[in-house]
Design a protein. Structure first.
Length: 64
């Protein structure tokens, strides 16, 4: 299997904090294997939902 380029593995993590201000917190993440993204805990702490935006700007819901 050919290696996946680093640029294709870096994603944006978007945490929706609900009623908090500011409502959204943004951070970066890294795809470590299909369906698993590694990101810093402070990005998602307290979030009511989290999404991941891939390099092609497609947004996917995340689950814990």
């Amino acid at each position: 299997m050919a290696p996946v380029p680093l640029a294709a593995r870096v994603v944006e993590v978007i945490a929706d904090l609900g009623a908090a201000h500011p409502r959204f917190r943004y951070g970066s993440g890294f795809i470590v294997r299909k369906g698993t993204v590694l990101t810093a805990a402070h990005v998602v702490a307290g979030a009511v939902s989290v999404s991941v935006r891939d390099p092609d700007k497609r947004v996917f819901p995340a689950s814990g």
